[in-house]
Design a protein around this ligand. Structure first.
Ligand code: SF4
Length: 330
């Protein structure tokens, strides 16, 4: 039995149910890094290349934290996860494509990486090929892989379904793994709905966004995110743009924003954008233009290693005050 480390960053917030269930059902132990802390962030900033975006630095910090605590580090090369329709050229951002190399070269004393390539685009490739590769590396039989994959996919479907019922991803993860009774979002007032879009690793890591979600909840706001939408709802937005972006998570953020604005489901839109992110320079501009066109108030919040709670709280509170003021005047 191996101890397999999974860093709590990047695709963790989207694929943990599948990955963790699959590895556990193969008979191995999964070790997750703890929630982001100042130590983890500082370590990542120190070890990663200078011009990396903050989520990649953070990933280095989480990976470094796991060194010495696991036999293998799960660090897949995420290339693509869909091949249908207009998404023929879509991939994950280049940082995801080179992640195992960056981590291997940037960090010393790491255990071997489980760096399976996840590229579902080529004809004939699919989840089974990925599962078989991981299972072979972990010394498991094909029969066990098949069963573990089936259970992993079921866990992933439960997670998605909870998100689509309106749960935030962190609460949905709690519900899937710890059997916690699903709690719907409640607030004192919930008079305003805010769409929060962006990369899952920026939205759901409370340390890096300085507690944005909690601040909104304390303000009695109903939060919706792109992860609460079905693939169909998201993909429908793709037809409204002359061209899609090349990157999977960027497209999801844009489509999510477009959906909430065009369906009139949000009083305001917040884009959580990562400092030094190349794709975000386009995502942010696109959302800003579309927000103007739809007449939806728009607040971009850029996160980096210096983001502090006071700054985020002040901007969010001012944004909400403005929305409530506008509403009173109507
Ligand atoms: S999409 Fe942006 S924030 Fe995410 S890994 Fe790529 S460069 Fe970094």
């Amino acid at each position: 039995m191996y101890k397999v480390g999974i860093p709590r960053s990047l695709a963790y917030f989207v694929y943990l149910p599948l990955w963790k269930t699959f590895i556990t059902e193969l008979g191995h132990e999964v070790v997750e890094s703890p929630p982001t802390s100042r130590d983890i962030l500082d370590r990542g900033v120190k070890e990663a290349v200078n011009d990396a975006c903050i989520p990649i630095k953070l990933y280095h910090g989480h990976a470094a934290h796991l060194a010495g605590q696991c036999d293998l580090l799960f660090c897949p090369r995420l290339v693509s996860v869909r091949k249908h329709g207009d998404f023929g050229s879509e991939t994950f951002c280049p940082k995801f494509l080179g992640l195992p190399d960056m981590v291997r070269l940037g960090l010393k004393d790491l255990p071997p990486l489980l760096d399976t390539r996840i590229d579902l685009k080529p004809f004939g490739s699919g989840n089974w090929e990925v599962a078989r590769d991981i299972g072979q590396r972990l010394g498991n039989s094909m029969a066990r892989c098949r069963r573990a994959l089936r259970l992993g996919m079921a866990a992933q479907r439960s997670f998605r379904s909870l998100c689509q019922q309106g749960m935030l991803a962190d609460a949905a993860l709690e519900a899937v793994f710890n059997g916690v009774e699903p709690t719907r979002q409640t607030g004192t007032k919930q008079d305003i709905t805010i769409a929060v879009v962006g990369y899952p690793y920026a939205i759901y890591d409370p340390y890096i966004n300085a507690g944005l979600i909690k601040i909104l909840q304390q303000q009695g706001v109903k939060i919706v995110t792109q992860d609460m939408l079905s693939e169909r709802e998201l993909n429908r937005q793709n037809r409204k743009l002359p061209k899609t972006l090349f990157w999977y998570f960027s497209n999801r953020a844009v489509y999510g924003g477009l959906h909430f604005m065009s369906e009139g489901q949000a009083d305001g839109l917040i884009h959580v954008t990562a400092f030094a992110c190349g794709p975000d320079s386009m995502v942010d501009r696109l959302l800003e233009i579309e927000a103007k066109r739809h007449g939806t108030p728009y607040l971009p919040i850029a996160v980096d290693e210096h983001t502090g709670e006071a700054g985020v709280r002040t901007r969010v509170e001012a944004f909400l005050d403005m929305l409530r003021y506008q509403r009173r005047r109507r």
